[in-house]
Each structure stands twice: as C-alpha cells, then as structure tokens.
Design a protein around this ligand. Structure first.
Ligand SMILES: [Zn+2]
Ligand SMILES: [Zn+2]
Length: 297
C-alpha cells in the first residue's frame, strides 16, 4: 500500500501545481479554488501522516473476486478499523483552516461506523458541507485502493484487472460503485473516440460512449443538447432532453496537460448557469443503469 499512498501524494502535488498555474493564468474563481486548494493540502497532510507513522491497520485489504465483490470491491469487502479512521478524520478536519468544518458532528467514530455500514447510501443523508468533507477525506483512501488494485493487475484469477474498469462502459465505477463527477475527452491511444468518465469517489477513469446519456442511456444526438460558453471554452454541458440531467464534458484534446478535476472546479459557473436556466432533475440517485450498447463515435 505504501507505494499507492506515495502515488496519491504525487497526484495531489500535480493537482496543486495545475491549480496554481491556472490561477496565474487568470482562471480564478472567488473563494472556490481556495477552498479546494485547502482540501487538497489537507488530503496531502493526511496521507503524509499515514506514511510517516507507518499506519497499517486502517483497513484490511479486500481481494476482490470477479463476480463476487464486483459491485463495490473497495468498500464491499473492506474490514474497517473505525476507531483508527476516526482519529485520522479528526486530524483531517483540523487541517482544514476553513469554517466549513465547524458544523460537523463531533461523534466522528459513530459517524464513520454508520458510513461504512451503510456504504455510500449513508452519504446521501448527510448535509452538503459534510458531504464535501467526507468525500475529501475518503478520496485518498479510495484512490490508493484503486491504484493498489491496478498495480496488482494480471496476477491471478482472484485479482482485479484494471481493464475491467477501463472497459467498464457503465455509468458507475467498477472499483467502488461511485458515480462519475464529469466526463472528459482526450486524444491519446486509450481515450480517443470515447467519452471518458471519472469516478467522484476514487478518481478512476473509464471509457463510455461518446454520444450517450450517462443517466438514462439515450443515444439520439438530437436529444442530447450541448451548452457551451466562450468564457469556459474547454468545457461543455451535455443536457439530456429525455431524463433532464446533465453531465459536464471537459475537452482536453488541445491541452493534454490540464487535469480534469481542476478544470471541473474552474468551470463551476457553467453548473450554476445550468441550475438556474434549465429544468433539472438532478440527484445522486438519478443514475440508473442504461442498457448496454455497442455505440462508438
Ligand atoms: Zn471509483
Ligand atoms: Zn438521459
């Protein structure tokens, strides 16, 4: 796991660097990018603490067997040391120098036990500030697990194969069951001709169909409207007239060094516009499984 956590620290470093570069270039958002930066810094302190103190008993690793724990391999079979995680969560909260942590329930151990008992469903019952913190806190763990599983690729039938996630073509992550935060377009060998989806929980990305609603599976291009703005030219919103949901699509084909997660934060005004101007039926639970399709680009 150590290598996976080190990789997470490197990834956070890349995001912080990208965020600073984009801010220098004038792509700032009042307050939002600073809050985000603080969450990244807190994640980095958390992982550094885990590495420095050589904490090994956070959870025992699942060894997903395909078809058995495939639904949510990261969470499904994880045995959690809730007391240990509660201490780390306290540490995480203290590292966020913002008031966003102030409303959080003090009984973190009970919180975390409930959270893991009910898996992600519990998250939907938390208030929004708490969701941001919970997801921010969980991200390094889930990301490190996903990296760990990918690195174990091809070592026997009980091991997870990273191609299962790359060729997932589903609207939820095959590692952790998370929903995509956004889609992105890139033009390297693995990604071209696909809409890539990135998991909101563990950060894994997988291929999806270029023209298909992520929520209901609608494939008719005339029913999938794209909203764009000159100011945020590298992102567009794909709105489905059938199910009235949208997903942000970030185009990195001209800027392969950009990081989708950072571009998503910097284009929040597009989401605000969509919420104000279009009848939406957005909720985490609106994700359903579209029927499989062989549609390409
Ligand atoms: Zn995931
Ligand atoms: Zn739809």
């Amino acid at each position: 796991m150590t290598n996976a956590f080190e990789q997470v620290i490197r990834n956070i470093g890349l995001k912080l660097y990208a965020l600073d570069k984009r801010k220098e270039a004038g792509a700032d958002l009042e307050g939002v990018s600073d809050i985000y930066k603080n969450i990244l810094i807190s994640q980095k302190s958390l992982v550094s603490k885990i590495l420095k103190e050589n904490i090994k008993d956070i959870y025992s690793l699942p060894l997903p067997i395909r078809g058995k724990t495939f639904d949510r391999p990261l969470i499904g079979s994880m045995r959690i040391n809730a007391g240990r995680i509660a201490n780390l969560f306290d540490f995480f909260i203290k590292n966020i120098p913002y008031d966003i942590s102030s409303g959080l329930n003090n009984d973190t151990e009970k919180y975390l036990r409930n959270f893991f008992n009910y898996n992600y469903d519990y998250l939907t019952r938390l208030k929004s500030d708490e969701i941001i913190l919970f997801e921010g806190f969980l991200r390094p763990f889930l990301e490190s697990m996903a990296i760990y599983l990918k690195n174990k690729d091809g070592q026997g039938p009980s091991e997870y194969n990273s191609n299962d996630n790359l060729d997932n073509f589903s609207n939820t992550c095959s590692f952790c069951g998370g929903e995509p935060s956004y889609g992105f377009l890139k033009s390297d060998d693995e990604t071209q001709n696909y809409l890539m989806l990135e998991c909101s929980k563990c950060g894994s990305a997988w291929r999806y169909y270029r023209v298909q609603c992520v929520f209901c599976g609608e494939e008719d291009p005339s029913r999938l409207e794209i909203f764009k703005s000159d100011k945020y030219g590298n992102a567009g919103l794909q709105y489905c007239k059938i199910c009235k949901n949208y997903i942000k699509i970030i185009d990195l084909r001209n800027n392969q060094t950009f990081i989708p997660e950072i571009e998503d934060i910097l284009t929040i005004p597009l989401d605000i516009w969509m919420h104000k101007n279009t009848p939406l039926e957005i909720s985490a639970s609106s994700i359903t499984n579209p029927s499989p399709s062989s549609k390409g680009d």
